[in-house]
Design a protein around this ligand. Structure first.
Ligand code: COA
Length: 464
């Protein structure tokens, strides 16, 4: 039985921090954000929004645009790393909000959990729900997988320039209009690591930024090795002599903590894949230097990052490599469109990979590309750490959906935050009733209970 993504909806909060304004506030070079990281604007939540509101708003959009009723939904999963309760799952809050619109008890039949594994958990949720459909358990119903996060870092930290917020809802079923998952290829890699984590009670993560960058690359490469074996064994891709598995993937979507990380990851994977192929010699000639090797090639991530000479020459090699026509061709044809939305919105943690997927469809379609039958690869990464590689094929029904995609219109008119407003939002100085924007047709947070017997209970309303 087929399983895949039938439709996708996006909810991005309307406040944003401009990269130039941020650079002025913190005294950093705006070019570092715009060119070095690919960050132009970072979406910010208002004081009456939390990750559950974002998720519920994304769900409502997909249900309304597809004229779905709660009876059409058999499972509702929310994947997040912005959880605010150690026990009560975020999907229960989302169901509570949706029932304000669809009626008390209307989702009673709907199973689901909140899933957690930093930015990769949405991919595990998609996989599990696709298998629920493949197993024939869905009985004609759909699954909703919602990825929702607020990427917030400490003031003044290097992560602060890679923030963002938003939610994406994906409708899964056995006759997907958008993308059918390739069966028996999903590949994972996992290792106990502390590259990025958020201990109980801490609002922002503890981050070892450069370590997490390199670990992301290594983990994704490990998962790609497993994907290659599974794709060959299942007969989905048989790699010809002198070719790479990447030659058979038309578009690649990578986890995007910031847009430029996608390009970094693509370059890393392409280097890894091409190194043993006949084409590499011609590429090296163009690069004009041999590929650097660390002093201890089997060393730890710390020893590689500490090898200053290697890091310096590898940066130079990468710069020259990414300018070659060979890499540029791969970058433009397989990845560039997926980065557009990320640079407008910033980091969405679990949702960033799927915003990239949405971005590819919208902006490739706008370019006039025919995506039907094309294979999309997904490179998912979550700190802590695990990577997942999987793929799928674009279905004929995608045209009908792509025609209506317009991210800018879907976000709606945005408000650029002043430096003072940003500091107040970041410092949680505003209560829900002091929100900067007044919204309509959206779920918002009304209050969080502070009494000893009901501490933490949240109230939401749907603003007419
Ligand atoms: N003009 C143009 N580019 C500039 C620049 C300037 N003035 N200053 C720096 N850059 C470039 C750097 O060369 C680098 O590009 P490269 O990686 O292609 O060499 C890029 O901007 C980032 O600079 P860097 O010095 O590496 O940034 P940083 O260490 O201050 O912060 C992160 C970057 C990603 C480590 C930081 O934002 C972070 O910790 N983020 C959160 C964790 C994260 O996202 N991890 C990713 C994996 S999940």
């Amino acid at each position: 039985m087929a399983a895949g993504i039938d439709d996708i909806s996006v909810y991005i909060p309307k406040l944003y921090l401009d990269a130039g304004d941020y650079a002025l506030m913190r005294g950093v070079d705006a070019t570092k954000l715009r060119d070095g990281l690919g960050v132009n604007q970072m979406a910010m939540v208002d004081s009456n929004q939390d990750p559950a509101c974002l998720a519920a708003n994304a769900c409502l959009r997909i249900m309304q645009s597809n004229k779905l009723s709660p009876d059409d939904i058999g499972r509702l999963y929310v994947s997040t790393e912005s959880s605010f309760d150690e026990s009560k799952a975020m999907n229960s809050y989302v169901i509570g909000m949706l029932e304000q619109v669809y009626g008390q008890g209307s989702f009673e039949h709907c199973g689901g959990v909140e899933t957690k594994f930093a930015c990769v958990s949405g991919s595990y949720a998609l996989y599990d729900n696709a298998n629920w459909i493949r197993a024939g358990e869905a009985e004609g119903m759909n699954a909703l997988v919602v990825v929702s996060d607020i990427a917030k870092y400490d003031k003044g930290s290097s992560g602060e320039m890679t923030q963002g917020a938003g939610a994406i809802a994906m409708l899964l079923n056995d006759e997907p209009r958008l993308l059918a998952f390739d069966p028996k290829v999903t590949a994972t890699s996992i290792k106990d690591e502390y590259d990025f984590y958020r201990p109980f009670g801490k609002e922002t993560p503890i981050v070892h930024g450069q370590y997490s960058n390199l670990l992301y690359l290594i983990q994704v490469r490990n998962a790609l090795e497993i994907y290659k074996k599974k794709a060959a064994a299942s007969g989905i891709i048989s790699v010809g002599e002198g070719r790479s598995v990447l030659d058979y993937i038309d578009h690649l979507n990578m986890h995007l903590p910031y847009a430029k990380m996608g390009k970094k990851a693509l370059a890393y994977l392409v280097r890894h894949e091409w190194r043993s192929l006949p084409r590499w010699k011609g590429v090296i000639d163009k690069v004009g230097m041999p590929e650097p090797v660390p002093k201890d090639p089997r060393g730890t991530i710390e020893s590689i990052l500490g090898d200053a000479e290697f890091m310096e020459s590898d940066r130079e090699f990468q710069k020259r490599f990414t300018r070659t026509d060979e890499f540029q061709e791969v970058y433009e044809s397989k990845l560039a469109s997926s980065l557009v939305a990320s640079s407008m919105v910033g980091n969405l943690y679990t949702a960033s990979l799927y915003l990239g997927f949405r971005s590819t469809i919208e902006f490739e379609f706008q370019k006039g590309a025919d995506l039907e039958g094309q294979r999309f690869g997904f490179g998912s990464y979550g700190s802590g750490s695990s990577a997942m590689i999987f793929s799928g094929v674009i279905q004929p029904g995608y045209v009908q959906l792509a025609r209506d995609m317009n991210l800018e219109a879907e976000i709606g008119p945005r408000k650029r935050l002043s430096a003072d407003q940003y500091e107040m939002i970041h410092g949680n100085q505003l209560s829900p009733e002091e929100s900067i924007l007044s919204s309509s047709k959206e779920f918002v947070l009304v209050d969080v209970n502070t009494t000893p017997e009901s501490r933490g209970q949240r109230r939401y309303v749907f603003n007419e």
